[in-house]
Design a protein around this ligand. Structure first.
Ligand code: AMP
Ligand code: MG
Length: 351
């Protein structure tokens, strides 16, 4: 409930900033839906209500479909794949799953395996394959090591046409680190097909924006990982996605320790050097996967992995609250209280 309230306030924060009025403010359409475990808000500028309404209802149908297809713990296409994968023989998958699998395979390779959708069983073992927050206890080290030793990577899966086969019965798929971005891209593509040029699709604070709000850019808020407010705002340049991975999104406390949902595929434990990572990039799928990967990479490896994934606008807030930010993002972000923050700017080699 607290999370839901926070989400609504963040969505509002983004939109309120966006509402800093221009003299010729365009008509703004804004509607929300509850899908994929979060509040998705669709904002469209300067279109007739009839078109905006149609667009919103199309997206509602699409998001509901994608939510049913890609949820690892509810009956649907992905749950079926996860049931069949460990059995051994090759089986037929739908073209939708094939596409998301192939896209995520490329991103997983570029991330050096830190973004790894093959760790479904590990995410389940930690208790995160359910709608409710788990209460613990966390899994035993023996359980974790047993899963890790088999080598959980997408390399063990072979796709030929629509046939999928796995060489490792410990692999199941979890697209939680990437499906939201993939879905937001599909949503924006649909709006563009309808002729809409100025819009934001915001899924619980993660968003892709196109165009502008009349003669002003869209302005969005980036969440502070330790308060319920925002730490910075950003003016969007045309077509951009802003995705954040955080340790505050899904977690539980057990006997004084906090366990959150972003797992380090090398250790099998929640990645513990980072509070949040924000990535700004053209497409939402890449931004989403990169935010998850760079969260795992942590303060020591984020620059190297950002380079491999070809993302240049990144902000990482480490476990002590220190901000590490790429020069490209630092040049355009507006912190609410810059002088009281510990900020280190890094010039990524590929910028
Ligand atoms: P995000 O908020 O985009 O970082 O996604 C977190 C979700 O991705 C988790 O709830 C898991 O379902 C899944 N996940 C956790 N760790 C990883 C990882 N290292 N690589 C890919 N997906 C992950
Ligand atoms: Mg992600």
């Amino acid at each position: 409930m607290r999370y839901a309230l926070w989400l609504i306030s963040l969505l509002l924060a983004g939109i309120l900033i966006a509402a800093c009025q221009s003299p010729k403010a365009p008509v703004i359409f804004e509607e929300k839906m509850m899908v994929m475990g979060t509040v998705v808000s669709v904002t469209i500028a300067g279109e007739e209500d009839k078109l905006s309404n149609k667009a919103f209802h199309d997206l509602l149908t699409d998001f509901k479909y994608m939510q049913a297809a890609w949820n690892p713990w509810k009956k649907g296409s992905l749950a079926r794949v996860n049931q069949l994968l460990p059995m051994g023989p090759a089986f037929t998958i739908g073209p939708g799953i094939k596409d998301i699998l192939e896209r995520s395979r490329i991103l997983a390779q570029k991330s050096d395996g830190l973004f790894n959708p093959a760790i479904g069983k590990l995410v389940k073992l930690w208790g995160f394959h359910q709608d409710e927050m788990p209460e613990g206890p966390p899994p035993s080290d023996a359980q974790i090591q047993k899963l890790l030793t088999s080598g959980l990577t997408l390399d063990a899966l072979t796709v030929e046409g629509l046939s999928l086969v796995s060489r490792n019965p410990d692999i199941t798929l979890d697209f939680g680190g990437f499906a939201k971005g993939y879905a937001v891209d599909k949503a924006i593509e649909h709006l563009q097909r309808l002729g809409i040029k100025n819009a934001i699709v915001n899924a619980g604070g993660d968003l892709r924006a196109i165009g502008s709000k009349g003669d002003k850019p869209w302005v969005i808020g980036i969440r502070n990982p330790r308060t319920e407010g925002i730490i910075a705002s950003l003016r969007i340049k045309g077509d951009e996605s802003v995705f954040t991975s955080g340790d505050y999104e899904r977690f539980y406390d057990y006997k004084g320790n906090r366990y959150h949902h972003i797992l380090d595929p090398r250790t099998g434990y929640p990645a513990n050097e980072t509070r949040s990572v924000t990535v700004v990039h053209g497409d939402a799928a890449t931004a989403d996967a990169a935010a998850t990967a760079l969260f795992v990479a942590g303060p020591k490896r984020w620059e190297e992995i950002a380079k491999k994934m070809a993302v240049s606008e990144v902000m990482l807030i480490d476990k002590a609250g220190k901000i590490l930010i790429s020069a490209a993002l630092n040049a355009r972000i507006t912190f609410l209280d810059r002088k009281n923050l510990d900020i280190t700017v890094s010039r990524l080699v590929h910028e």
